[in-house]
Design a protein around this ligand. Sequence first.
Ligand SMILES: Nc1nc2c(ncn2[C@@H]2O[C@H](COP(=O)(O)OP(=O)(O)O[C@H]3O[C@H](CO)[C@@H](O)[C@H](O)[C@@H]3O)[C@@H](O)[C@H]2O)c(=O)[nH]1
Length: 315
Amino acid sequence: MKALITGISGFVGSHLAEYLLGKQVEVTGTIRNRSRMDHIRHLKDIQLVECELRDPFSVESLLAKVKPDLIFHLAAQSFVPTSWNSPVDTIHNNVAGQVNIFEAVRKHDLDCKIQIACSSEEYGHVEPDEVPIKETNPLRPLSPYAVSKVAQEYLGYQYHKSYGLKVIPTRTFNHTGPRRGENFVTSNFAKQIAEIEKGIKPPVLMVGNLEAKRDFTDVRDVVRAYWLALEKGTPGETYNIASGKCCTIREMLNLLLSFSNKEITVQQDPERLRPSDVEILLGDYSKFHQATGWKPEIPFEQTMEDLLNYWRERV
Ligand SMILES: Nc1nc2c(ncn2[C@@H]2O[C@H](COP(=O)(O)OP(=O)(O)O[C@H]3O[C@H](CO)[C@@H](O)[C@H](O)[C@@H]3O)[C@@H](O)[C@H]2O)c(=O)[nH]1
């Protein structure tokens, strides 16, 4: 069994590669010449192919050569604030890259299953009586990033209906754990705490909107879900991947702070506030559970402690 992971050098890609190797799957991953390799350097049994997903020729030659049975399409511009600064680049990167994959699969008549990493951000504005969020909830995206994910998902639906591509979109809620990029809130706060503990930074932790509520799952549970999505999910169906619980960003911060014995002051940085922030994401993953038996296993406290320890070893 051959799997292709787009964005293998990223946070989720590196965890997924580890998981698939453990299942004796042959793993090929795409990188770009500017990709950082620190997350995958320890993985000796993977094949790496340089590929610019925005370039149809690059994608076509990749797929003609690899001919995967499974594609996990993770590569994306995935940071919401960047999508306000460069909306066109976000849309182009996320949408065109995926169209190039679909077209290459079609052209070479590849019989593969394709998981596409969509997002709970697609739900965007959620009314208080609309939680927990089911796949049938309305999509009211609040950022260019969220719109790019809606477009990716609808293209998945369209290529499934028009050409029979076996596409399975996963709407994953927030996920974190070791290797999470330092811009994302959990990692950003954990890194600041680790720096304060080492005396590299004054004991003031900078934050944005602490009132937003998010549903966090451990990345190691998420990659297991991606495998099951292709193994047991139905092509053309979308699945929520979530923990079914949510907390405010303030509660998440307080949990991280409880692991440290430093006196730390919290200060809001207006630069960290967004033009519009999704107020609440709380997912219902029962459809995915019914299809695959998946449920999250790693407790949130464990995830956050592992993340803080990850940063303690790196700053
Ligand atoms: N990044 C960041 N976010 C902060 C901060 N302070 C508060 N927040 C709040 O913390 C929440 C989470 O922010 P992020 O970690 O940047 O993630 P996100 O915008 O929810 O998006 C993530 O989850 C999506 C799935 O729901 C993913 O699709 C997306 O790629 C990303 O991983 C947001 O409400 C944000 O306003 C801060 O200093 N930095």
